[in-house]
Structures are given as C-alpha cells and as structure tokens.
Design a protein around this ligand. Structure first.
Ligand code: ATP
Ligand code: MG
Length: 246
C-alpha cells in the first residue's frame, strides 16, 4: 500500500498500474524502462500540465475532429495506464482503435484488445492477421499495420511511439499526434502536434477538449490549428523544463 500522503504517491500509483499491466501481459518489460525515461522528464516538468501542453491539447483535439479517418494507435503502456480514456476519445471523435506494438506478440496484442473491449471499445484493429499491410522502409514486425486502420488513416494518434515509426508515418503523408514527455525525442520532433505531458494527465484532458470542441464548426477548429506551431511548442516546453515559463 502506498500511503496517500506520500509526496510521490501519484507517481508511485502510476508505476503500480504499469507493473500490474506487465503481470497481466499487456506491458512489455521494455515498456517499464521506457516509462522510467518518461518519469525523469516528468520530474523536470514539475509533474504538472504546463500551459504549453494545454495549448497543444486543444490543437490535438481540433486536428482529430477535422480528420476524415483518425486512428488511435495503442501500445501496452497506453492500454495499462489509460484504457478508459482511449475508448472515450475514440467515441468522442469517431476514431478507430488499432493495437500497434514495438515488441509484437500475438498474446500481447490479444490481451490489449481484450482490455480495450472490456472498457467498451466497439472494435480493435491490428490483431493477428488483421495487421497485414506494411509501413514502407521499416524493418521486421514493426512495420505491420492494419489495412483498414493506420494504413489508410489521414491522422494517427500515437501516444508513446518510437521515433523511427513516427517518422515513417509522417513520410507516408499522415498527420501524427503524440503525447511524449521528452520534447527532444524524434517522436516529438516528427509529430505535427506533440503534447509534452504525462499520458495519465494528458489523456483525460484531451478527452475533455475533444468533447468541448465537438460541436464547433470547421472554421473555428481550423483557426485553433492555424495558431499552433509544433516547433514553437517544443521550444516552449523545453523552456518550461529550464524554468523559463509555466
Ligand atoms: P524516440 O524513439 O522518439 O527518439 P526514445 O527512443 O528516447 O524516443 P522510446 O523508448 O522510443 O524513447 O519511447 C519512450 C518515450 O516515451 C520517451 O520519450 C518517454 O519520455 C516517453 N514516455 C514514457 N512514459 C510516458 C508517459 N507516461 N507519458 C508520456 N510520455 C511517456
Ligand atoms: Mg525510440
């Protein structure tokens, strides 16, 4: 039991959820290490959502709502930490959900699909034979995607993606939206919109933003996007780490 008044209680709870996800076959051992890198950046960010991240969240919601075929790409860490919010976001914006793993095994794909179905997902793409299309220029299992999902998507939302794959998706002409605590990662730099924040804070905020912007006309959404520049967003996020802005 983590005492509620422990100064790092939230962070420790998140760790417990990941370890639980690992034991249930959702999270790869490497996913635990990736989380550690995220935690280090979160520490530097003061473990709170910056004003910069809030703006990026608005832009991400606007971009998702303007997309014709948005797909939410889910890995083990995301399924362990924010399954409810993934399903809520898919419903709010009318997106498909696809399992997309760096370390692919049929068991883990299926476990992640089952978890998302348990939280109310209608369908989950990318499992087993479902992942039969390929991202060009990527090697091995990492290139497999669903021909009905990421392969034909105009916008791919990839919370916690590997840089190589994020770059390959961008080269395919897709808009890439990510959540990544490291504003310097290749994923952060390859994306059209990067929310520099912890998945556990950013996902509920993104669901709220999508629900709030849902009824707005295209012009309003486009205006939000026009006012957003991802390079500037990443620069300001670095400044937040250095203590320059909030
Ligand atoms: P890249 O491949 O994009 O250059 P990387 O190789 O440094 O980045 P990976 O191991 O591919 O990193 O992926 C882990 C990334 O996920 C890290 O950038 C880390 O900051 C981020 N991350 C981990 N946990 C979280 C979390 N809970 N919320 C947001 N970001 C996270
Ligand atoms: Mg990487």
């Amino acid at each position: 039991m983590i005492p509620a008044d422990h100064p790092r209680a939230k962070s420790l709870h998140t760790r417990e959820r990941l370890v639980d996800g690992f034991r249930r076959g959702l999270v790869a051992p490497e996913g635990l290490i990736a989380h550690g890198r995220g935690e280090a950046f979160d520490y530097l960010l003061g473990e709170r959502t910056s004003a910069v991240a809030k703006q990026a969240t608005e832009a991400a919601a606007a971009m998702l709502l303007l997309s014709k075929r948005p797909v939410l790409s889910v890995n083990g860490n995301a399924a362990a930490l924010v399954p409810k919010e993934i399903v809520e976001l898919a419903k709010a914006i009318g997106a498909a959900i696809e399992v997309n793993l760096f370390y692919r095994t049929q068991e883990r794909e299926q476990a992640i699909k089952d978890e998302l179905l348990r939280f109310g997902a209608k369908d989950v793409l990318g499992v087993g034979e479902g992942a039969s299309a390929q991202i060009p220029e990527l090697s091995s299992e990492r290139r497999r995607v669903d021909p009905e999902g990421i392969f034909v998507a105009d916008t791919v939302f990839v919370p916690l993606e590997d840089g190589d794959r994020a770059e390959a998706l961008a080269r395919m002409g897709k808009k890439v939206i990510t959540i990544d605590l490291n504003p310097l990662s290749r994923t952060s730099r390859a994306a059209s919109v990067t929310i520099v924040d912890n998945l556990v804070r950013a996902m509920p905020a993104l669901v709220k933003a999508a629900e709030a912007l849902k009824g707005k006309d295209e012009k309003t959404l486009q205006k939000i996007l026009a006012g957003f520049d991802n390079n500037e967003n990443l620069g300001r996020s670095l400044m937040t780490i250095r203590g320059g802005t909030k």
